[in-house]
Design a protein around this ligand. Structure first.
Ligand code: 2NE
Length: 276
């Protein structure tokens, strides 16, 4: 794969090739913990991938190994800069939880997002893989939440969507006990889709991406918003309805309304047959 680097980011690496975007959190010295600058860059990269019509699948991963040989997908919020109101940006001194915006974007982006997890996916980093459409894990992957141990919690997607994936009992166990789970345990509870040797993690992600890219983009888009609609309340319905509007714009009927308006005439909708 000949990845082409996009933008010049500090905390992440953003690359594209052959319909796939790869976003790598690049802070291995802190197990790829995120700070506001990291999340800001991730939001820019995901927005770019959303706008780029060449991209159909996005891979999200963590850089590694670190200098001690260990791997991480992401270890959540950088605890060194956590203040009373959230994580404080180095540039602006503002405390916030902008990772929640990132979670929403990953879920609503009309393209498939695949998490490639090597090593730790912990805390807010665990939630990031949870909100991805699919997760492929290396054999060394470790999953877990730490919130109640470090004085935090994610009661949004991190709890409710996790419970939809692994069931209420298991989700409560994960959050209340803050234990770590290896790749086999994660696969058994339906938290991830597949385990591969670490040397094959990226190639497996690319192989899955290519399978998806060979399929109908609109069908995949409709399916993603349909999966979300049931769970995400008004926002989920809005997403699905947005896709329905897109499809309607592509019909013969919708342009008739717009053209009639622009031509200052009455629209002729009667010429269209009602679909049974
Ligand atoms: C990830 C884990 C289990 C790895 O353990 P280990 O033993 O392999 O590494 P170690 O030595 O703990 O970490 C290596 C270096 O990375 C730093 C460590 O402090 C250490 O630095 P030095 O001592 O070498 O200087 N590091 C690792 N994770 C960090 C982090 N999140 N923030 C800052 N520095 C970090 C182990 O490192 C671990 O448990 N990490 C903490 C995981 C955690 O509690 N994350 C925050 C959860 S809360 C959250 O993410 C959140 C939320 O709940 C709601 C909204 C937004 C965010």
């Amino acid at each position: 794969m000949r990845w082409i680097k996009c933008f010049d980011f500090k905390d992440i690496i953003y690359e594209k090739a052959d319909g796939i975007a790869k976003i790598t959190i690049n802070r291995p010295e802190v197990r790829n913990a995120f700070r506001p600058e990291t999340v800001k860059e991730l939001l820019i990269a995901f927005h770019d991938a959303k706008e780029c019509s060449d991209v159909g699948v996005i891979l999200l991963t963590g850089a590694g190994p670190a200098s001690d040989g260990k791997y991480a997908f992401c270890s959540g919020g950088d605890q060194r800069i956590r203040a009373n109101k959230g994580y404080v940006g180095e540039d602006d001194g503002v405390a916030r939880l902008n990772v929640l915006d990132l979670q929403k974007l990953i879920r609503s982006i009309p393209k498939v997002v695949i998490a490639l997890v090597a090593g730790y996916a912990i805390g807010g980093g665990h939630v990031l893989h949870v909100v991805c459409d699919l997760t492929i894990a290396a054999e060394n992957a470790i999953f877990g939440q730490t919130g109640p141990k470090v004085g935090s919690f994610d009661g949004g997607f991190g709890a409710s969507y996790l419970a939809r994936i692994v069931g209420q009992k298991k989700a409560r166990e994960i959050w209340y006990l803050c234990m770590q789970y290896d790749a086999n345990e994660a696969l058994k509870m339906g938290l991830i889709n597949k385990i591969v040797p670490i040397s094959e993690l990226e190639s497996e992600g690319i192989s899955w991406a290519n399978k998806i890219l060979a399929h109908s983009p609109l069908a995949i888009r409709c399916l993603k918003s349909a999966f979300n609609a049931e769970l995400d309340g008004q926002a989920g319905i809005q997403e699905l309805a947005g896709t329905a509007t897109l499809l309607y714009y592509m019909s013969e009927e919708a342009p008739e309304g717009k053209n009639a308006y622009l031509e200052k005439r009455k629209p002729e909708f009667k010429k269209f047959t009602r679909i049974k």
